[in-house]
Design a protein around this ligand. Structure first.
Ligand SMILES: Cc1ncc(COP(=O)(O)O)c(C=O)c1O
Length: 305
């Protein structure tokens, strides 16, 4: 069960979580016409009066762009301000996951994006590990990642998560932890809510932005870090059989952080993951505000003033 934070941002202000409720006729509930973000925030281990947000600017930009894909207007500055109010109201004392959501808030039927009111909310949950940091087993999904010509894949559009949900449940009900989805061209795309990396002969490889992936902020950070750490990187199409012969396979995402893949279908992968471990350690230090080289990736918000 989730532990929800006591206040939500709703209707332009912070209200008790239980009072942040919507009508059964809310348009987005029926048509999936919303877009969300997902950010982690944690109290600074060295100063509990300060909350650390990882790449808040990138998250706000992606959410604002997602809103634009739904023909809604949501300024990045509006998102930042709301997050500030939300954190100061909740004063979290443990790591949390923030869920901002922009959605068609009118009541009634007819799928559309024109002549319709939109609204913006944020709620939060306490969050530790989303997937086991020791590794997960994955199946290749029978569901295929959508294509950009049927759905705007560069936004986190809520309706799109039907495919993630089907794939995740299929994986879990057939004895695996996670699903890996191929795209309509049969190339590896991503997992149900994470991007995917493989390591072959010391080269870090991930499906490119033309492989129907969500352009993950963790993915982008890993690629940038790898280049700075002299790890060769390649963004290219990845074939399914490469997953079986890879030296390392791992998933990346805000919720999952960096999660190793132990097994894919019936193939057990090597237990040593030197490249992933270097990147994971560095990313952890950055998110905890312990890496001065990447201070610009961390937003610090005071909650005690
Ligand atoms: C479908 C999908 N792919 C990838 C990701 C990873 O993106 P990020 O690293 O920005 O959290 C997510 C999570 O937000 C996702 O929902």
């Amino acid at each position: 069960m989730h532990q929800f934070l006591p206040y939500a941002w709703f209707g332009g202000k912070c209200v008790p979580f239980a009072e942040a409720t919507l009508s059964v006729a809310t348009h987005a509930l029926h048509y999936g016409t919303g877009a969300f973000g997902g950010m982690r925030a944690l109290p600074n281990p060295a100063d509990g009066g300060e909350i650390l947000l990882f790449r808040a600017d990138r998250h706000a930009r992606r959410l604002s762009q997602s809103a634009r894909l739904l023909l809604a207007e949501l300024q990045e500055s509006t998102i930042h301000e709301a997050i500030g109010h939300f954190l100061r109201a909740n004063k979290p004392t443990c790591p949390i996951y923030l869920r901002p959501f922009v959605y068609t808030s009118d009541l009634g039927i007819a799928p559309r994006l024109h002549n319709i009111q939109t609204d913006f909310l944020i709620y939060g949950i306490e969050m530790g590990d989303y997937l086991s940091p020791d590794g997960v087993s994955c199946r290749i999904s029978s569901w295929c990642r959508q294509e950009d010509r049927s759905l705007p894949l560069r936004g986190k559009i809520s309706g799109a998560y039907i495919t993630s949900s089907l794939a995740k449940t299929e994986a879990v009900q057939s004895g695996f932890d996670e699903a890996i989805l191929l795209n309509s061209r049969g190339k590896v795309s991503e997992a149900s809510g994470m991007n995917l990396f493989i390591v072959r002969d010391g080269v870090l490889i991930t499906p490119g932005v033309d492989q129907d992936i969500l352009e993950g902020i963790t993915r982008d950070s890993i690629l940038e870090l790898a280049r700075a750490m002299d790890i060769p990187t390649l963004e290219r199409a990845v074939d399914k059989t490469e997953l079986s012969v890879a030296d390392e396979v791992f998933l990346s995402g805000t919720a999952a952080r960096v999660t190793p893949v132990r097994r894919i279908e019936s193939v057990t992968l090597p237990a040593a993951r030197p490249v992933m471990e270097r990147l994971r350690d560095r990313l952890t230090a950055i998110t905890e505000g312990r890496d001065s080289d990447y201070e610009h990736w961390v937003t610090r918000i005071r909650i005690d003033d």
